[in-house]
Design a protein around this ligand. Structure first.
Ligand SMILES: [Zn+2]
Length: 224
């Protein structure tokens, strides 16, 4: 299988588990890879196998990328981007289209995975789209998954971190412990954590939670 295949191999799932330091589940595609072939983004089923709806379809997994994006968030970039969305109509329109693309891609992934529609997250994307910016990891993951020119703020996020990390330059060897034991599944804990996560992302908390779609929060390493 070529290294650019989107089909997850068992070794990809092990790699992602090592990248995230937790077992992954319900990964149905690898939509973006490092030049070396390692996963950069995991596409997760819109409904987890334990029944929980999961709105964050594209999840940034590479530790160097996630760390660089976290630094941007800490620097206040999200507030600045959100502000620009209120004044730059062209940007706002592109961002709305990115939201639509996110939903379209999720629907494609759902269909190809043979899953039933997930009514709970109908019309709900992630990362604050379409009106706000609440998680740059989500936007960067989307931009990596679908390529440039779709999510303007995801593209911008990747540009802003390009001094630390880019998909064209492999720094995988130093980005996580490749020799560590692969985190194994513990389903009972998964279910409990996933349920807690879903409870946190119920409306109306969506407006306040800076990382709405809590099961997929990049900061909460105990869920997702
Ligand atoms: Zn690499």
């Amino acid at each position: 299988m070529p290294v650019n295949s989107t089909t997850p191999r068992p070794s990809d799932l092990d790699t992602i588990s090592l990248q995230l330091s937790r077992p992954v589940r319900d990964v149905v595609e690898i939509p973006a890879r490092c030049v070396c072939g390692n996963p950069l983004v995991a596409a997760t089923a819109p409904r987890l196998s334990n029944g929980i709806p999961f709105p964050t379809t594209f999840y940034l997994t590479h530790p160097a990328a996630t760390a660089a994006v976290s630094r941007l968030e800490a620097a206040g970039v999200m507030a600045e981007m959100s502000q620009r969305l209120t004044t730059d109509e062209q940007l706002a329109e592109s961002y709305r289209q990115a939201h639509e693309n996110y939903l379209t891609e999720r629907e494609r992934i759902r269909s190809e995975a043979g899953l039933d529609p997930v009514w709970e997250i109908e019309g709900v994307s992630a990362g604050g789209m379409p009106e706000r910016v609440k998680c740059l990891h989500v936007l960067a993951g989307h931009a990596l998954a679908v390529g440039p020119g779709i999510n303007p703020l995801g593209d911008e996020t990747l540009e802003l971190i390009s001094g630390s990390w880019t998909p064209e330059t492999c720094i995988c060897a130093t980005s996580w412990d490749h020799e560590a034991p692969v985190p194994q599944r513990d389903l009972s804990r998964h279910v409990r954590r996933a349920n807690q996560g879903f409870a946190r992302q119920q409306p109306p908390s969506r407006a306040e939670d800076p990382h709405q779609g809590a099961p997929a929060s990049q900061r909460d390493t105990e869920t997702a």
